[in-house]
Ligand binder design. Structure first.
Ligand SMILES: Nc1ncnc2c1ncn2[C@@H]1O[C@H](COP(=O)(O)OP(=O)(O)OP(=O)(O)O)[C@@H](O)[C@H]1O
Length: 329
């Protein structure tokens, strides 16, 4: 066992091992008793599916916000449960080492909190790697080569735009316009335009369903009429959803523009010839890569596995300690 590669995201937690690839891919949710919020009753999909329908006395919590720890005690309980599930002790030895992906914009305090939680949860030696660098490595890019690479990571809580080259970050920008904000925008749109109130899970299912639905086809969502309170169905055209999400996707474009403005001219020529790599679940949004291509005039490549490439890259770092040494501080 050579260790674990971990992506502790706001929306999803993914863990990989060098021998078995991705061994855990679950929503970053934990169910706790309201009176004892630091012990997990369930984690992952089981906990998430109860959002909006939890019994009295039980609370679903998200231990990560914008890619960093919100509350040390809940995060410790969550990470302990994740490691237990991803690395059963008999198979992997008592204290596995790990490389954990962190937002490129995380502060030193936030990074230290993550390492502390990892140690307390049973990890041995912990290396940190910026998420966009890990994601690029997971897509086969060598982050040590003397060439600038531009990556946008559209996750659950944040969108991060990062340019890196030869073991260091050249420019970085982030904004809170990402998957959660897109879901919220759709929720608000349904409420104001269709006078229907839907659950958070329903709004997200509709958003995720858009890229998978053919053009011209429609989606049906169910909810409560905002006026009468009765159950009601609404049919939505996919293009209508894309339009409803446009203000949020435009905000992501503005963050990219700001990052490009920070770049030296030589790095821009690398970016122009290589294009932009889009990772994270939000990069699968319908029409997004086209919008980015039209806005910047260079190619946009969406990762083959946008939801797991960060954990795959963190796992690859276990065999490439020079990458962690270069980007880890
Ligand atoms: N097919 C899809 N189309 C649009 N959005 C999607 C799709 N699949 C997943 N998402 C969204 O992607 C987001 C999760 O992405 P990801 O797992 O990369 O985030 P994360 O790494 O947990 O978050 P962060 O990087 O902010 O910590 C969720 O908001 C989810 O709704």
């Amino acid at each position: 066992m050579r260790g674990l590669g971990i992506d502790l995201g706001t929306a999803n937690t993914v863990v990989g091992t060098p021998d078995d690839g991705v061994v855990l891919n679950e929503p970053s949710f934990m169910l706790v008793r309201t009176k004892d919020p630091h012990r997990s009753l369930a984690i992952g999909a089981e906990a998430r599916n109860l959002v909006g329908r939890t019994p009295i006395g039980v609370t679903p919590i998200r231990p990560m916000r914008d890619g960093v720890i919100v509350d040390l005690d809940s995060a410790r309980a969550f990470v302990t449960a994740v490691i237990k599930r991803a690395a059963p002790h008999r198979q992997y030895g008592l204290r596995p080492k790990a490389v954990i992906a962190v937002p490129a914009g995380a502060t030193s305090l936030e990074r230290r909190a993550l390492v502390e939680v990892g140690h307390e949860a049973g990890l041995r030696k912990i290396g940190l790697i910026p998420q966009p660098v890990a994601g690029a490595l997971g897509c086969g890019i060598n982050p040590m080569e003397p060439r600038a690479h531009l990556v946008v990571d559209i996750g659950g809580g944040t969108s991060e735009v990062t340019t890196f080259c030869f073991g260091g970050i050249l420019a970085h920008r982030s904004c809170r316009l990402a998957g959660d904000e897109l879901t919220d925008a759709l929720y608000q749109y349904l409420r104001t335009e269709h006078k229907i109130i839907v659950g958070e899970l329903t709004a997200e299912r509709a958003k995720v369903g858009v890229p998978e639905t053919d053009e011209g086809q429609s989606l049906v969502v169910e909810g409560r009429d905002a006026v009468t309170g009765r159950a009601r169905l609404v049919t939505l055209e996919t293009e209508e959803i894309v339009d409803a999400l446009r203000p949020t996707t435009t905000g992501i474009v503005q963050t990219l523009t700001a990052c490009l403005e920070d770049l030296p001219a030589q790095a821009i020529s690398d970016v122009m010839s290589e294009g932009l790599l889009a990772i994270g679940g939000g990069s699968m949004m319908r029409g997004l890569s086209q919008l980015l291509e039209e806005s910047f005039g260079f190619g946009v490549k969406t990762a083959e596995r946008p939801l797991t490439c960060v954990a795959e890259g963190a796992t690859a770092c276990l065999d490439h300690p020079e990458v962690v040494a270069a980007y880890g501080d």
